[in-house]
Design a protein around this ligand. Structure first.
Ligand code: FAD
Length: 477
């Protein structure tokens, strides 16, 4: 179990009694799961590296039900853990001990869509891809996209402040989320479900819940601003001989593609070796040390193509890029995107994955990968780097056949010290969850962490909401 490897103590919470189960069964008839077999999946994270020991899963359908559950748990001092699609990558989405899992999966109703303003209001358990499909029929799309779209839920996305492939163009959820409805630790329903674009009346409370990983409240409904679906999409995969030229290509893309540039992703050559050997995917262009994926999304296909062609002529002509192909039809676009989107899945086939999600200034971005390769040498199966280069976000992954403590000692705290030296962030978009919470000091000052702890104490005095996550060990002392 996770708690054993990480040496964490269970907090001073009550243990579930048969009376508690009876209360929940009355409140949620047929939606209380206590069968250990059925609970295995909910207790285990996507990476299959963290595993809790919850004895109870609750499946509310309404905000009022969530409120009743949390109110009861608070009064009984029972710890709870909100769970969406369970695709989180930092051990935040599974219990550590026996926290009650509150799953939002049945809270999947779309409340309204305003076609003109682009405002979507829905329950927190709607799956990202399902929302996108729904919006697509009326010419809109979600402002975020990520590889986990088929399972992750909008409530989970907002709780982790997920970034993903479209952040470069549409910005972070701190900008596109217009309102939230949240159940607080004592069961109070906080209605901040505004649909307004502009609303400067007092503190912007919803921002506190975006990226707070279920530690301050349970998001039950969201209001989010959705852009128009583009009329034309192009995707180019380009081969590049060195990292410096990847940065030159980014600069040119920003200048020449400007308002139609919707994604700029990068992968190094071990990424292609990885998907080739573990997923049998093939490289659509010739092998190169680096690859960039450039997506354009615009309102006029002819204009977009013209811009993209001028860009390609320039970067190929100047030797910034050495090879490439452009996809305009959706099947080919999808097959190129799947190389990038399935990297996380491909890594799992190696055995154990040491996963890092770092923000760095672009000038130092790839130096970390070079230093890490040298440091771990042949004790790792591979060191693979990819990420959202347009946002300065590096995904650095190291694999080995099984968990290896000596290898972990080579990686940590080296990687965090390195990142801190260059004023980067030790978690760009995945959050801190359970696995990274004790490293927060590498990216935040003591004063900032203390203020976070005061906010947590104020909003959840008993510490029942997703304990052992996000903030360094304190709760349950
Ligand atoms: P979960 O994993 O269930 O939960 C995540 C956290 O949010 C937990 O702490 C949980 O307690 C909390 N939580 C969930 N729902 C609620 C709620 N309603 N109220 C309060 N707290 C809640 N992330 C990125 O940022 N960018 C990427 O490009 C990206 N790509 C990914 C690709 C793959 C293949 C995978 C597996 C993951 C990827 N992720 C990425 C990780 C990302 O954090 C999650 O996929 C997603 O945002 C989590 O949503 P979820 O519904 O699965 O939440």
């Amino acid at each position: 179990l996770t708690s054993v490897r990480y040496n964490v103590q269970r907090g001073d919470f009550a243990r579930i009694s048969s009376e508690d189960v009876a209360v929940f069964e009355k409140l949620l008839p047929g939606r209380v799961i206590a069968d250990p077999e059925e609970l295995v999946g909910y207790n285990t994270d996507w990476l299959r590296m963290c595993r809790g020991n919850s004895k109870l899963l609750l499946r509310p359908k309404t905000t009022e039900e969530v409120s009743e559950i949390v109110k009861y748990c608070n009064s009984r001092n029972l710890a709870v853990m909100p769970q969406g699609g369970n695709t989180g990558l930092v051990g935040g989405s599974v219990p550590v001990f026996d926290e009650i899992i509150i799953s939002t999966s049945l809270m999947n109703k779309i409340v309204s869509v305003d076609e003109i303003s682009g405002t979507l209001v829905c329950q927190a358990g709607c799956v990202l891809e399902a929302l996108n499909t729904h919006l697509s029929d009326i010419g809109l799309m979600m402002p975020l996209d990520l590889g986990a779209k088929g399972s992750c839920q909008i409530g989970g996305n907002i709780s982790t402040n997920a970034g993903g492939l479209r952040l470069m163009r549409y910005g972070s959820l701190h900008g596109s989320v217009l309102g939230l409805e949240v159940v607080q630790a004592d069961g109070t329903i906080l209605d901040c479900l505004s649909t307004l674009r502009k609303d400067n009346t007092g503190y912007d409370l919803k921002q506190l819940f975006i990226g707070s990983e279920g530690t301050l409240g349970i998001i039950t409904a969201v209001s989010i601003l959705c852009p128009r679906k583009p009329q034309s999409i192009n995707l180019a995969i380009l081969g590049v001989s060195n990292f410096e030229n990847c940065l030159k290509a980014l600069k040119e893309a920003k200048g020449m593609l400007g308002e139609i540039l919707s994604a700029f992703e990068f992968m190094d050559s071990p990424c292609i070796d990885l998907v080739r050997s573990n997923l049998k995917l093939s490289n659509p262009i010739s092998d190169k040390p680096f690859y960039v994926l450039i997506e354009t999304a615009g309102s006029n296909g002819t204009h977009d193509e013209e811009k993209l062609n001028l860009f390609l002529e320039k970067v190929l002509g100047e030797g910034i890029v050495e090879d490439g192909t452009v996809a305009t039809d959706s099947t080919k676009i999808q097959s190129i995107w799947s190389i990038r989107e399935r990297l996380a899945e491909a890594l799992l086939h190696d055995g154990y994955v040491y996963k890092y999600d770092i923000s760095l200034p672009l000038a130092n971005f790839y130096d970390l990968v070079v230093d890490m390769r040298e440091r771990v040498d042949d004790s790792a199966t591979r060191v693979v780097a990819y990420g959202h280069l347009g946002d300065g976000n590096l995904h650095l992954n190291i694999t080995s056949p099984a968990y290896d403590h000596d290898l972990l000692d080579k990686i940590e705290p080296f990687i965090y010290e390195w990142t801190s030296r260059y004023k980067g962030s030790i978690s760009a978009e995945h959050g801190l969850g359970f696995k990274k919470k004790d490293f927060i000091h590498f990216s935040k000052t003591q004063n900032a962490v203390e203020l976070m702890q005061q906010i947590k104490d104020l909003m959840d005095p008993k510490g029942i909401l997703n304990p052992y996550k996000m903030l360094p060990e304190k709760y349950g002392d």
